[in-house]
Design a protein around this ligand. Structure first.
Ligand SMILES: [Zn+2]
Length: 472
């Protein structure tokens, strides 16, 4: 049984979709005004691992991830460049999808854009006005938090205690501190030079929070199974999503809430102003492989801070090498026929531990550790000649199975599965020629063949059982 920490209940609870079949999941997506950082990507990867495991458990997943393509930041960005909002946000949306793809993050079910759901937002705001949860001031519409006594249930914010700092009574900004809790804006009256839409209250644009309520209910209904977000969105964004949605429908907005902790860099909170942040592109430019970055972003439990360092990333490079080398050489090992009971036991135990780790509030580092244990436990058997063709096949099945969740070996496993090509035969022949040259102590020839293979991107490894090769 999967247990997830539910931020709303402040404890771990058994999780299953309400209808027993499809998980309706909303994940707050990016504001498309810049290239996302690895801090942002940590959240999107955590959401990917969650979705992958939910699917692994046999459920369908309807994951909706919004793109915020109109808000204070996107408007400021397009204005400073002097380009239309859609051109500005379209560029960053494209780069965002590229990063997801590079990190092998599986696509969501839907990526609704805020600017394409203005009518749904207007309807939701109208409902809130009709039910007495909102009011109009100077062409803007605000949510009246005093009309919703449950306000603060998720974040623990208590508006009555913050009353002395509510000197403005209401807020135009989308983001603010919990000390500044006040009525928040649903619809912002037009300002000169800003993109606007018509509304019953005059021209303007939606507030940020209403976007998520309108788009989630559009695709997932009034009550979803699970809402995920980065921990910095818990207040005010998620608190306000709950208030708007539940005040409008009278139904619980989401059964579960999960929050992913921050990524910090070299022990410090990542901040653009301090310059201690990386984009995925920055790390690839340093020569790192995307799957090493993916691995590094998986090394801390999602509810713990992840301290990102370049040393840590280097360790991930080594870990990835161990993993891909192991997988790539498996099909090329000269192995005896049959299978051993010992490998069967290792895999049965590993499979149970893998499930156990992920069922325990999605302990991905634990699950990753199980895979590396299998490597550590089978390597001596391989070297000792106690590993058979059937063991190889079962280990590959285990890696294929677990990688549906981990997603580190998609390419490597596909290469292993590919049938032998004539290219492979040529390489086999060259490797055999090199082995013969070495046996004849013709080092010059052996080196020459190795160089030739290196040029073709082939890496050789001399083991006790003979030379094996793989593609770099
Ligand atoms: Zn949101």
């Amino acid at each position: 049984m999967l247990r997830l920490h539910n931020s709303l209940a402040r404890r771990e609870e058994d999780f299953a979709p309400a209808d027993g079949h499809t998980v309706r999941l909303y994940t707050c997506g990016p504001t498309v005004y810049n290239v996302v950082t690895i801090g942002n990507l940590r959240f999107f990867l955590a959401a990917d691992l969650l979705c992958r495991y939910l699917r692994y458990l046999g459920w369908e997943v309807h994951q909706v991830m919004n793109l915020t393509d109109v808000d204070d930041k996107t408007i400021a960005g397009c204005q400073s460049e002097g380009v239309p909002l859609s051109e500005f946000t379209g560029r960053y949306a494209e780069l965002f999808f590229q990063d997801l793809c590079t990190l092998n993050i599986a696509p969501a079910w839907k990526y609704p854009r805020a600017t394409e759901h203005i009518p749904q937002m207007l309807a939701l705001i109208q409902t809130l006005l009709d039910k007495g949860h909102a009011y109009v001031r100077d062409g803007s519409v605000y949510f009246d938090i005093s009309s919703f006594p449950q306000y603060g249930r998720l974040s623990g914010v208590r508006p009555e205690e913050a009353a002395d700092v509510r000197e403005f009574g209401r807020l135009q900004e989308d983001e603010y501190e919990r000390e500044a809790v006040a009525d928040f804006v649903l619809w912002k009256a037009a300002k000169p030079g800003e993109p606007t839409w018509d509304s019953p209250w005059g021209p303007g644009r939606p507030g940020w929070h209403i976007e998520c309520s309108a788009m989630s209910m559009q695709y997932l209904g009034e009550t979803m199974d699970l809402h995920a977000g980065a921990v910095d969105l818990l207040f005010p964004h998620h608190e306000n999503e709950i208030a708007q949605s539940e005040a409008a429908t009278g139904q619980p907005f989401s059964r579960f809430w999960t929050h992913v902790e921050f990524l910090i860099v070299d022990g410090h909170k990542m901040s653009k102003s301090l310059g201690n942040y990386y984009t995925l592109g920055d790390l690839l430019a340093k020569g790192h492989r995307p799957m090493a970055v993916r691995h590094q972003l998986m090394t801390a439990h999602y509810r713990k801070q992840l301290n990102f360092t370049l040393d840590g990333l280097q360790q991930s490079e080594s870990a990835l090498d161990r993993l891909t080398t192991y997988v790539s050489r498996l099909p090329r090992l000269p192995l005896p026929e049959g299978e051993s009971a010992q490998v069967g036991e290792i895999l049965t135990r590993a499979h149970a531990k893998f499930r156990e780790a992920l069922d325990d509030d999605l302990n991905v580092p634990g699950a990753l550790g199980v895979v590396f244990e299998v490597l550590a436990e089978t390597n001596p058997l391989i070297e000792g000649g106690q590993f058979h063709t059937g063991d190889r096949d079962r280990v590959l099945d285990f890696l294929r199975d677990t990688d549906q969740v981990l997603g580190l070996l998609t390419v490597t496993l596909a290469e292993v599965a590919a049938p032998q090509t004539s290219d492979d035969d040529k390489i086999d022949a060259l490797v055999a020629a090199r082995t013969a040259a070495r046996a004849a102590r013709d080092w010059a020839k052996a080196d020459q063949i190795r160089d030739e293979l290196t040029e073709q991107g082939i890496i050789l490894e001399d083991t006790a059982g003979g030379t094996v090769w793989r593609r770099a």
